[in-house]
Design a binder for this molecule. Structure first.
Ligand code: AMP
Length: 287
């Protein structure tokens, strides 16, 4: 595995790979790898000739009161894990190498960035789509892999790729969870042991909600109350940021579950913010 910090060297190498007709895959990350990131890398490894992993804590996607300075980092461990899990190139640019001091070009997917996390983190998705566009321009990947944990991010990037005719296929990886069900996240280290003990109840609540739908409860206000009441009992240290029921692609709010519906939530848990979702599939499965 080769470590590259200079964007132009990365671009030169990637263009060479492209001219050789190789299938290339990009896995964009902010580092501090866990099994979620590593699963994305292995998916890329199975499908591509060359795997690029970017590690960049992107300042543009952090709000002024967020954890940019405190974001957990372990570059050495990350490099070893990326190599073990199939990366050919680990791209670790400095912030100044990506953003010129007078950087003034932004990519924004209007509309899809308004609800869910967008409503609570103004400017966040503009930062994400801008940096992902920069990365796509640097390495022109055949495919790029994103996790379903950040479902809204995935929907926004799919829309950006479609709207801008970017010749990159977007692959999605299901949420990777701890044995007790908590969705893995680099930010989980912020939790105290008490918070960590309650954290698995977040996903258990989503599963219980799904069971309610199977029992015939389809009214979203009933289901939201059911979940809030359950969280008040089972996750007393948590403070729900939002719980939304939306159409999975358009992210439009749903009031009655008659079609496959995404239930997405964010829950403040001390210094951490747990993000999770479940797809409630009302359609009979095709075999
Ligand atoms: P991050 O480093 O948090 O920006 O995440 C980099 C990529 O890994 C994004 O596409 C995330 O959606 C994905 N990811 C992070 N955690 C998980 C997880 N627990 N399961 C699946 N994908 C994940």
């Amino acid at each position: 595995m080769q470590k590259i910090t200079d964007p132009h060297s990365f671009q030169e190498l990637a263009l060479k790979h492209r001219s050789q007709g190789l299938c290339t895959a990009l896995v964009p990350t902010m580092g501090f790898f866990h099994e979620g990131h590593l699963s994305l890398m292995r998916l890329a490894r199975r499908q591509a000739d060359k795997v690029y992993v970017s590690l960049f804590v992107n300042p543009a996607q952090f709000g002024p009161d967020e954890d940019l300075q405190a974001y957990p980092q372990d570059e050495e461990a990350d490099a070893a894990l990326a190599e073990e899990n199939g990366a050919d190139i680990l791209f670790i640019p400095a912030s100044e190498a990506i953003y010129a001091p007078d950087h003034s070009t932004w990519v924004q997917v209007a509309g899809l960035d308004k609800g869910l996390c967008g409503a609570h983190r103004p400017g966040h998705f503009r930062g994400v789509t801008t940096v992902v566009s920069v990365l796509f321009h640097l390495c022109c990947p055949t495919m790029a892999v994103f996790g379903e944990k950040d479902w809204q991010q995935l929907a926004i990037i799919r829309r950006m790729v479609r709207d801008l005719h970017i010749p990159t296929r977007i692959a999605a990886h299901p949420i990777v969870r701890e044995a007790d069900g908590l969705a893995m996240s680099s930010r989980n280290v912020y939790m105290t042991s008490q918070e960590r003990k309650q954290a698995p109840e977040v996903y258990r609540g989503l599963q219980a909600l799904s069971a309610q739908v199977l029992q015939g409860h389809t009214d979203v206000s009933f289901l939201k109350d059911f979940l809030l009441e359950r969280y008040a009992r089972t996750v007393p240290l948590g403070r729900p940021d939002y719980i939304e029921f939306v159409q999975p692609q358009s992210l439009a709010p749903v009031s009655e579950i008659t079609q496959p519906t995404l239930v997405a939530l964010a829950m403040h848990m001390g210094k951490a913010r747990i993000l999770d979702n479940i797809l409630i599939d009302t359609m009979p499965r095709q075999h």
